[in-house]
Write a protein that binds this ligand. Structure first.
Ligand code: SF4
Ligand code: SF4
Length: 198
């Protein structure tokens, strides 16, 4: 008899605990229902990188003079400048140029010191692959025009913390009609054209 009562007591206790834990889980769910989202729905939405963002390097083949300054200033001598001496024109002729982005640390030395500005940073950051050898970009891959978040019709570009009003960091209790801190590119353009006209 005592054993039976003990089992009933344990059952009631466990049921109470189960209800308590379910309630705790639901309270977190309801808590989040009153927040504004601050997550970015990648890849449908993407943050606009900052102006000095160091993404995939863009290379302009015709402007390169094969001086190899980029190799000398690179902390790991990474750029491969394959050139030969053109006997007729008496100057270096570039054959191939490549940088392995699986090894590059995006320090910017090569971009900074290139005398002809033929290498520049882009805002491309999603250059991941399944095979790390595919990250070794040659001059053709590096010469591809850079991708821009603001030019992609399939993507909604966002600024950081775009969903929250200016100065607000807690997403609780923000009214739906409160003005967002970040502006979409269309709003920026609209505002800039208004200022130009006045
Ligand atoms: S960004 Fe830095 S690490 Fe990468 S190739 Fe240029 S100098 Fe080398
Ligand atoms: S520093 Fe510039 S011009 Fe010189 S080899 Fe490198 S990319 Fe070409």
């Amino acid at each position: 008899m005592f054993k039976f009562l003990q089992e009933v007591s344990d059952y009631i206790q466990n049921s109470f605990l189960a209800g308590k834990y379910i309630g705790q889980g639901l309270s977190v769910t309801f808590d989040h229902m009153s927040r504004r989202p601050i997550t970015v729905q990648y890849p449908y939405e993407k943050l606009i990188p900052s102006e000095r963002f160091r993404g995939r390097i863009h290379f302009e083949f015709d402007k390169c003079i094969s001086c190899e300054v980029c190799v000398r200033v690179c902390p790991i001598n990474l750029p491969v400048v394959d050139w030969e001496f053109d006997q007729i024109n008496k100057k270096k002729k570039l054959n191939h140029y490549s940088i392995d982005f699986g090894v590059c640390i995006f320090c910017g030395n090569c971009v900074e010191y290139c005398p002809t500005n033929c290498i520049s940073f882009t805002e491309e950051y999603d250059i991941c692959t399944y095979d790390r050898h595919e990250l070794n970009y040659d001059n053709v891959a590096m010469g591809r025009l850079p991708y821009k978040v603001t030019n992609d019709p399939m993507v909604t570009p966002l600024r950081e913390l775009v969903y929250l009003p200016k100065g607000v960091f807690n997403p609780h209790g923000v009214p739906d009609d409160a003005h967002r801190s970040g502006r979409l590119p269309s709003e920026i353009l609209e505002n800039d054209s208004d200022n130009t006209n006045t």
